[in-house]
Design a protein around this ligand. Structure first.
Ligand SMILES: Nc1ncnc2c1ncn2[C@@H]1O[C@H](COP(=O)(O)OP(=O)(O)O)[C@@H](O)[C@H]1O
Ligand SMILES: Cc1ncc(COP(=O)(O)O)c(N)n1
Length: 506
């Protein structure tokens, strides 16, 4: 390779840690959206190990700050010294400092410990307009700036640090950023959050040659949401964590910015508070591990097939009583043959089950199939002319189930067997409801059969089978879940084909 990447030009940290130990020195937000609470979530969301030394307690929610309490600085000193005397700190993020005494305490500690990455978010005023730094401490904060590697002011803070009016457009903001970077000798992140427009850019600025170029702009669309509480805190702590891993500010910003955008996009899902709510730090965690999520995904697939089943002449005519007897007999005979294969497959699910409770559930299911098969033969098939040969759909369906059981994956097998519970229960419930609605006519030729659909035990077993499949999916890898979905969809198609087979093959 001849081209030089930025990490080749600017050396990586001596030890790249996959789980950087990141200390947040910041204020507490009991509503969890900003301050140390946001920092810890943000650090964890980026694979870091988060720690927190609390500078101040705030009483705040998504609507604003109702109080600030700054504990004695001696206790902050004790927190900082106790943590750093034991834990090697890879990165520090500094947020709300409250007053000048706190700033001095942090400065003294930074001089002594000096972690490799120091990100300073010069928090002064909350989005709600409440002050988080005493006015008298602004000069002390300005003096602290050169001790950081990266400073992340929002536009009002940038203006205050320079003693100038707030920038009204992006070029003016970049200009201010350049001057602050020049004054402090470090890197400034200029953030576009407070400007209007469809875009929301950020820019890293360093005028001493540390970056690939003096200004590196990373663009991105603006997200329409009022839930942006703690965005600045989350960004700065995420950058601290990622920088400890990459050693490259540009790479860190390019990694964090899309995450932050998605966190803003998904903020409304959280439904926290009535003001400006928090962002969704863990939006990227596998949704499918949420209970019920995989079942909901499967249901979408099943619903398509269910509609197809309800459109079949077999179902329509079974309900109305116009189904030819030969088709009904064929259906019953194939059902008995199918149940024999299904019983074996459920027994295999029992064999693969991770707990005894699940083993028992599938073992019972397996036995019930044989019970129903024998009832079919005794009560329904004796006296009827019916084939004892598996039809093509029955054979293919059972083969698919057998193949799924041979996969050795409990999840895949459960997904394959589920449609026989789920779709059958749904179809049966509908047919039964229609029958009852029609006044349960005694002269209906299939009245006895339609009555068998009102089986609460089967409905209960179906709910259990759905829950077990969902739980197996939550524990499965992405690849296994994809195979589960595939097996489920395939079985759903066979369910439809099974109801259509009498018309085609009887
Ligand atoms: N509506 C938005 N859509 C997309 N990104 C945003 C939005 N608001 C803020 N950001 C991003 O959030 C981060 C914090 O920006 P900003 O709001 O300017 O600072 P602060 O939260 O400190 O007031 C920046 O990366 C900014 O680009
Ligand atoms: C403890 C604490 N620290 C920082 C902020 C600023 O966060 P934001 O400006 O995003 O509301 C805050 N509200 N509370």
């Amino acid at each position: 390779m001849t081209s030089m990447s930025s990490s080749a030009v600017y050396p990586l940290p001596a030890v790249i840690r996959t789980h950087p130990r990141v200390l947040s020195i910041a204020g507490s937000d009991p509503s969890g959206g900003a301050g140390i609470q946001a920092d810890l979530k943000s650090i964890a969301a980026h694979g870091g190990y988060g720690m927190a030394a609390i500078t101040a307690l705030t009483a705040q929610n998504t609507r604003g700050v109702s109080g600030v309490h700054v504990p004695p600085v001696e206790f902050l000193r004790q927190q900082l010294e106790t943590v750093s005397s034991d834990v090697a700190i890879d990165a520090v993020k500094i947020g709300m400092l409250g007053d000048a005494a706190v700033i001095n305490e942090v400065r003294t500690w930074l001089v002594k410990v000096r972690p490799a990455v120091v990100v300073l978010d010069p928090v002064m005023v909350a989005t709600s307009g409440d002050r988080l730094l005493r006015e008298s401490a602004e000069a002390a904060l300005r003096d602290l700036l050169p001790m950081a590697d990266l400073i992340t002011p929002n536009l009002p803070e940038l203006a205050m640090l320079l003693g100038e009016p707030e920038a009204e457009d992006w070029p003016a903001a970049l200009d201010q950023g350049k001057r602050l970077a020049g004054e402090c000798g470090n890197t400034v992140l200029v953030k576009g959050g407070h400007l209007p427009g469809a875009q929301c850019p950020d820019a890293l600025i360093n005028t001493s040659g540390l970056l690939r170029q003096d200004v590196i702009e990373v663009g991105g669309p603006r997200v329409q949401t009022r839930n942006s509480h703690g965005t600045g805190c989350s960004l700065s702590s995420a950058l601290a964590a990622v920088q400890a891993r990459t050693g490259d500010w540009e790479a860190s910003l390019r990694e964090v910015k899309p995450w932050l955008r998605e966190a803003l996009m998904r903020a409304d899902d959280l439904e926290v508070g009535q003001g400006s709510g928090p962002i969704h730090h863990f939006h990227h965690l596998r949704e499918s591990s949420r209970p019920g999520a995989f079942a909901a995904l499967l249901w979408k697939e099943a619903a398509v097939e269910l509609e197809a089943i309800h459109g079949l002449a077999f179902i329509r005519d079974l309900g109305s009583g116009e189904l030819p007897e030969s088709e009904f007999s064929y259906y019953l005979a194939q059902d008995a043959l199918y149940l024999n294969g299904y019983s074996r497959v459920l027994a295999r699910a029992g064999a693969l089950a991770p707990t005894e409770e699940e083993q028992l559930f599938w073992a019972r299911g397996s036995q019930q199939c044989l019970d129903v098969e024998s009832v079919l033969h005794r009560n329904w098939l004796s006296g009827r002319e019916a084939t004892t040969q598996s039809g093509p759909v029955t054979k293919a369906y059972v083969d698919h189930l057998m193949a799924s059981s041979a996969s050795g994956s409990y999840g895949v097998l459960l997904a394959a067997v589920l449609p026989c519970y789920w779709l059958y229960a749904e179809v049966g419930q509908q047919l039964h409801a229609d029958f009852v609605q029609a006044g349960s006519p005694e002269n209906h030729p299939y009245a006895d059969w339609l009555r068998t659909y009102a089986d609460e035990d089967f409905a209960e077993a179906t709910r259990k089978a759905i829950a077990l499949t969902d739980a197996a999916a939550a524990a499965a890898s992405g690849r296994e879940r994809a195979a589960m979905k595939e097996a489920f969809v395939q079985s759903c198609r066979y369910e439809t084909a099974f109801f259509d087979a009498p018309r085609l093959h009887s």
